[in-house]
Design a protein around this ligand. Structure first.
Ligand code: 8YV
Length: 335
């Protein structure tokens, strides 16, 4: 068996022959999360669907999934090796999201399971949210909203906020989302600095040798790196200290990229100016301490959550599944 690029890959653990020639049997698909109708309806035409998120007893459902050949993985919640083991006929994991840090890629490789994701189609929405969160925390938009709704306005004005345009805008991770965010910040006349693991000599922005140096320079530090073991707790107590009481943190990557205990401590002590977060550890059951912090803007992992982008993500996920079952090259393969 060869992959799209012609390299040999291990045979699937289950070597029952794939359906050859025309068959009336629809292949079986396990869907991990509640997808919109505009995805579920076409999927149901193409596949026999098992709904993992609805099953009161997941083990009982998985026991009926021996014939499942494809998994529509739930974005940032992914698929671990135990789930792959429970699906002995699994051939492909089509992830509903760009980040594949929650998919055990080694386990997939070892079992000959293909993995796809949804890059590019969500880049601009996530970059929009990065800017929106920076504006929200620096201009204190949620606090202003609460002030008006709560009747505080008639009693007095809010304290002054901080200017966003023209600020020093630091980006951790100059990938697709980092670059799209930088382009937006440039339109706000921000000076742009970045830290990236590999040098980007063609980039017009100022490179910093360490995240700490970047944080010390930045008015707002925006984290856009991919999640996973290699980026765990990149933003640690030392980075937050360098950011300092006038600096703001924005995270649109993964909760894992920030040392959350250090962040909570820094916010509680007002050792940084504030934070605006789209991502957390243990979503959606985030640390309760966040909710008491007036200097934090909290957003429910909704960076890609627009109708337009979710339609495009669903389409790309389905196109990868269709390509796989038609024996065609995958559109956006990861493994
Ligand atoms: C989620 C994301 O996947 O693309 C990613 O990596 O984090 C998001 O777009 C989305 O919330 C679907 O679960």
């Amino acid at each position: 068996m060869t992959s799209d690029n012609g390299t040999a890959r291990p045979k699937p653990k289950d070597d029952r022959p794939h359906q050859a020639g025309p068959s009336l049997e629809k292949p079986e698909l396990l869907v991990g999360s509640n997808l919109p109708d505009w995805d579920m309806e076409p999927l149901a035409e193409q596949f026999r669907i098992h709904k993992l998120w609805e099953a009161p007893d997941k083990a009982a459902l998985l026991a009926k999934c021996a014939g499942v050949r494809a998994l529509a993985a739930p974005g940032h919640r992914g698929a671990d090796a135990a789930l792959m083991d429970a699906l002995p006929a699994l051939e492909i994991i089509a992830n509903y999201g760009v980040g594949v840090d929650a998919i055990d890629l080694e386990a997939a490789r070892a079992r000959g399971i293909r993995v796809t994701n949804t890059p590019d189609v969500l880049t601009d929405d996530v970059a929009d949210i990065a800017i929106a969160l920076a504006l929200s925390v620096m201009r204190e938009i949620p606090r202003g909203d609460a002030h008006v709704r709560g009747g505080g306005w008639a009693k007095g004005n809010l304290p002054l906020a901080r200017r966003f345009h023209g600020c020093k805008f630091g980006i951790v991770g100059l990938g697709r989302i980092g670059i799209a965010t930088a382009r937006r910040a440039a339109a706000f006349d921000c000076s742009i600095g970045y830290f990236n693991r590999s040098p980007q000599p063609a980039s017009p922005y100022q490179a910093f040798p360490t995240i700490r140096d970047l944080a010390a320079w930045s008015d707002v530090l925006v984290v856009t790196v991919a999640g996973g073991a290699g980026t765990r707790a990149l933003i640690d107590a030392a980075v937050l200290q360098a950011l300092g009481p006038r600096g703001f943190l924005v995270n649109v990557s993964r909760g894992t990229t920030v040392d959350e205990a250090a962040l909570l401590d820094a916010l509680e002590r007002q050792a940084i100016g504030g934070a605006a977060l789209d991502v957390f550890l243990n979503e959606p059951h985030i640390d309760e301490r966040f909710k008491a912090l007036p200097n934090a803007v909290l957003f429910p992992h909704h960076g890609s959550a627009t109708v337009e982008t979710r339609r495009a993500m669903g389409q790309l996920m389905r196109d990868n599944l269709t390509a796989h079952f038609a024996g065609k090259p995958l559109l956006t393969p990861v493994v």
